[in-house]
Design a protein around this ligand. Structure first.
Ligand code: FE
Length: 197
């Protein structure tokens, strides 16, 4: 079974005006697809052919000779996870378990927003801003390029892509405005809550 490109969980125009259909045409249809195609090429005929994506990522992560495979496979996973973190009419203050944990672990919703936005803005170059579970506690972390908390012993619960390809068509260099739009209008808190279970 090859690795496949998942469908977006919403129509490509559903997040407008915050993320345009044109951005999704490139970000999902070109970038994400290229990571899928490259992963399939790089596992073809190897011991990882037919393995599930998480196994491929974890195996490649432990082998410096497979850095190219790690980068592509991790980017497949990171993007598939990112799409599920977004929804039309999302964002704003969450409810449920995530709200309680943000208050308990991160100093409340306003401080979470400032710290998460800052993590995205200060990630130098390409990367990701994550909310993860470290043991029982929430933490905000950054990752560079394709790096993923999946192989760092923590559980990802939310991510925003801060590669330029995620926002440049809609926001040019205004990465902070893109992050703020995600926080205010797009985060799928139901998905984040489900990730805490
Ligand atoms: Fe991306």
């Amino acid at each position: 079974m090859p690795i496949t490109l998942p469908e977006l969980p919403f129509d490509k125009s559903a997040l407008e005006p915050y993320i345009s259909s044109r951005t999704f045409e490139f970000h999902h249809g070109k970038h994400h697809k290229a990571y899928v195609d490259n992963t399939n090429k790089l596992i073809d005929g190897t011991d990882l052919a037919g393995k599930d994506l998480e196994t491929i990522i974890k195996t490649a992560s432990a082998d410096p000779a497979r850095k190219g495979l790690f980068n592509n496979a991790a980017q497949v996973w990171n993007h598939s996870f990112f799409w599920k973190c977004l929804k039309p009419g999302g964002g704003g203050k969450p409810s449920g378990k995530i709200a309680t944990k943000i208050d308990a672990d991160l100093g409340g919703y306003e401080k979470f927003c400032a710290d998460f936005r800052n993590a995205g803005v200060t990630q130098f170059g390409s990367g990701w801003a994550w909310l993860v579970l470290k043991g029982e506690k929430l933490a905000i972390v950054q990752s560079a390029n394709a790096e993923t908390p999946l192989v760092q012993g923590v559980k990802p619960v939310l991510v925003v892509d801060v590669w330029e390809h995620a926002y440049y068509l809609d926001y040019q260099n205004r990465r902070q405005d893109f992050l703020q739009a995600c926080l205010d209008h797009l985060i799928n808190w139901e998905f984040v809550n489900a990730n805490l279970e």
